[in-house]
Every structure is written in structure tokens, then in C-alpha cells.
Design a protein around this ligand. Structure first.
Ligand code: NAP
Length: 384
């Protein structure tokens, strides 16, 4: 009951946002975890009971300050070792080779960039704003720059110190917004905590928003009959993998596991645009296994190793695994290796096609960033 009061009190006073991503010790102070879940999905009943019992101010029926509860991720057991596969009787899934498909796309982009240089004497330009010195962010930015150079896209960047003010970051974004040789501006996330991510992303000019995170681009993606200028790179990469692997989405049942702004939600919108019938599974979904087992196409973007087991999947389904999860591996030099959300060993004995991790969706994300930058430059120079 302590959990229910805590949660309902936060909801009633509209202070949920302040609890978002609370440190684990704060979340774990909620003793009855099921009560927390119930009060969110069961909604008004539990809140009304708590308000009546504790004479708390009444919450609005539906406000913008919707609850957003931090939830610890479970540590799932590793997939068990399976017996040798009997290839005579067990089918083996086709591997959707994201690395090869991304390479093919980069080749096409390089060809288009050279055509642009011949036609108008210009090349596309991509600018990256990096704030702080996170090693992972620096690595991502370096690989984006290298990928640009390989296809002939001009790459620019600004590295700002960790303690930069919001105004300084905004000025960097504005500078690239105003530069006609720049066709894509991206801000490497995450930003340091003192900087408002939303404010910075909203400042990126919509016609240079190659990450596709601007609310106008996402809004247009969600609406029928509207065209976004850019589609977020990772979900766009997932759909491109399906198309280039000859997998038809029309009329198929699709399940997207995860509903984040950058992957799950736009992936579901894109599948719907391709006329699939889409269900979104998230951390509050009941019977996620049963729902997923109905799907002809599964896109998983959660960030939990081995969440999706073989018995979650329908025989013959197609699986796109977006998850990138480090798991301990004493045999690896780094002490860990990367796996997806889907237990590959089990899944590959059941489904008809699956992306590996690494080498599946990852390489497609950068290829789609290059493709968005090229599209933007083509629009700017009136090329088709
Ligand atoms: P995120 O913002 O943390 O979102 C994770 C989503 O998974 C949330 O919607 C969450 O539901 C849902 N979820 C969590 N636990 C669940 C469970 N047990 N059952 C069902 N759903 C659950 O993560 P993200 O940014 O979308 O990234 C997801 C994964 O993709 C990560 O591993 C990330 O590293 C990887 N990724 C890869 C690429 C690439 O290029 N390959 C690009 C981006 C991300 P709630 O909304 O209810 O919390």
C-alpha cells in the first residue's frame, strides 16, 4: 500500500516528471511494485481511492503531465546452450545481412554525391554538435565523420566542453542552421544533464533535421497524407532491411517491442504506413509473449538481452533485432560482447529470417543518416 500512496500522490500533485529516471534506490522504496503498475494502468480507481483515503488534491482527468514511471530492467538469464542442429529436419533462418545491405546503400549514395558534384558543383554537408567528452559519443561521432568522408559528404563539427551553457549549444546549432553548405545538423545525444535536450532538438532547422527527431517531422510521420522531411534513421533502416530483403509488409501482422521516440514509436508508424497491422508491446504490456507470437514481422527495440525467446515467435516470422546489449564474455578481449534483445540461437531455428547483432540494424543507422543528408542536399539544390 505504501507504493500505491507514493505513486498516486506523485500523480495527483503532477510531480511524476520529477520522478522520471529516478535512481534505483528511490524506485525501490516503492515496496509493492504491482501496486505501482496497477495504479498507472488501472488509472482513476486507484488514484480516487488514494485521494479519498489521504485527502489529496484531485488530479486533472487528463493533463499533459502524463505519468512516466522509471522501471528497473530485469536481468534475464542467458539463453541456454542448444543441442547441435539437425539441418535435415530443422529449418534455418536466413540471415538479413545489415552490413552488406548498408554497404550497398553507401555505394549508391557515393554515386549520387558524385552526380551532384558534376551537376551543381556542390556536395552534401553534415554538421555534428558534440557537447562533453563521453567516450561512446566521441566514437559515434568519429564513425559518422568517417562514413561521410567515404561517400564524399562534407563533414563539419563542433566539440563543445561539458560545461557549455544552453545558449552556447543553441548558438552552435543556429550557426549550422544558417550555413548553406550544411544540409544536415545533428546533435549527439545524450547531452549533459544541465542542458535541455528538447530545447536544443527543437532548435534544429526542420529542413536540416536529418535525425528526424523534430516534433514536426514526427507529427507528419504519424499523420495520414502528410510527408515528413526526414524519418528517424534507425527505424528507417529497419524498414529498408525488410524492403531490400523482399519482405512484404502489406496486410501482415507486425509487433514492435519498445515505444521510444527514436526507435519503437516511429518504427510502428512506418510499418503502418506500409499497411501492416501493428501492435506495440512495452514494459506494461500483459502477455507480451502471446501478442508477439501472433506476428509475421517482429521489430524489437528494448535493450534487454534475451528478452525475446524462441517460444515468443511464430514459425516463419521475420525478426528485426534493434537491441544492442553488452553481456559478460570472459572469452572476449573486452570482457563482454554485444547481443540483441532476441535469443538468436533459439529464434534462428523457428523464424524464416533474422538480423544478427552486431551486423544487422547497426550499420543501417549510419547508412540512413547519409541517405537523409543526401536527400536534404538534393532538395536544397533542386535535384531529383
Ligand atoms: P529506450 O528509450 O530505453 O526504450 C526501450 C523501450 O523498451 C521502452 O519503450 C520500454 O517500455 C520497452 N521495454 C522495456 N522493458 C520491456 C519489457 N520487459 N518488455 C517490453 N518492453 C519493454 O531504448 P531505445 O533508445 O529505443 O533503444 C532500444 C535498444 O535499441 C537499445 O538496446 C539500444 O542500444 C538499441 N538501439 C540500437 C540502435 C542501432 O543503431 N542498432 C539505435 C538505437 C537504439 P516503456 O516505454 O514502457 O518503458
Amino acid at each position: 500500500m505504501e507504493g500505491l500512496s507514493w505513486n498516486a500522490a506523485a500523480m495527483a500533485t503532477g510531480s511524476f516528471k520529477s520522478l522520471v529516471r529516478a535512481p534505483p534506490q528511490l524506485s525501490m522504496a516503492v515496496s509493492d511494485y504491482s501496486a505501482v503498475t496497477w495504479s498507472r494502468s488501472g488509472g482513476s480507481h486507484s488514484i480516487r481511492a488514494a485521494i479519498a483515503a489521504e485527502k489529496m488534491p484531485r488530479a486533472p482527468l487528463l493533463g499533459w503531465n502524463l505519468p512516466d514511471v522509471w522501471r528497473p530492467r530485469p536481468n534475464l538469464p542467458p539463453c541456454p546452450a542448444l543441442p547441435e542442429r539437425n539441418l535435415a529436419v530443422e529449418p534455418i533462418a536466413a540471415v538479413i545481412d545489415g552490413k552488406a545491405i548498408a554497404q550497398e546503400i553507401r555505394g549508391e549514395i557515393a554515386g549520387e554525391v558524385s552526380r551532384m558534384r558534376d551537376a551543381v558543383g556542390k556536395v552534401p554537408g553534415l554538421a555534428v554538435v558534440l557537447v562533453g567528452a563521453r567516450k561512446d559519443s566521441e566514437t559515434y561521432v568519429r564513425s559518422k565523420k568517417k562514413a561521410c568522408e567515404e561517400v564524399g559528404i562534407k563533414s563539419l563539427g563542433i566539440d563543445l566542453p561539458e560545461e557549455s551553457t544552453e545558449d552556447e549549444v543553441l548558438r552552435a546549432v543556429m550557426m549550422f542552421n544558417d550555413d548553406p553548405s550544411v544540409h544536415g545538423v545533428l546533435v549527439q545525444l545524450p547531452l549533459p544533464q544541465h542542458i535541455c535536450e528538447e530545447k536544443i532538438l527543437n532548435a534544429v532547422s526542420i529542413d536540416k533535421d536529418v535525425d528526424g527527431f523534430h516534433p514536426l517531422n514526427i507529427g507528419r510521420l504519424a499523420m495520414q497524407g502528410r510527408e515528413p522531411l526526414f524519418v528517424p534513421c534507425t527505424p528507417k533502416g529497419c524498414i529498408e532491411l525488410l524492403i531490400r530483403s523482399g519482405i512484404d509488409m502489406m496486410g501482415k501482422r507486425a509487433v514492435v517491442i519498445g515505444r521510444s521516440n527514436i526507435v519503437g514509436a516511429p518504427a510502428a508508424m512506418l510499418l503502418q504506413r506500409h499497411n501492416a497491422t501493428v501492435t506495440i508491446v512495452h514494459s506494461y504490456t500483459k502477455n507480451a509473449e502471446d501478442i508477439t507470437r501472433e506476428a509475421d514481422i517482429v521489430i524489437s527495440a528494448v535493450g534487454v538481452a534475451n528478452l525475446v525467446r524462441g517460444d515468443w515467435l511464430k514459425p516463419g516470422a521475420v525478426v528485426i533485432d534493434v537491441g544492442i546489449n553488452p553481456v559478460e564474455d570472459p572469452n572476449s578481449k573486452r570482457g563482454y560482447r554485444l547481443v540483441g534483445d532476441v535469443c538468436y540461437e533459439e529464434a534462428s531455428r523457428i523464424v524464416s529470417a533474422i538480423t544478427p547483432v552486431p551486423g544487422g540494424v547497426g550499420p543501417m543507422t549510419i547508412a540512413m543518416l547519409l541517405s537523409n543528408t543526401l536527400e536534404s542536399a538534393k532538395r536544397a539544390y533542386g535535384l531529383t
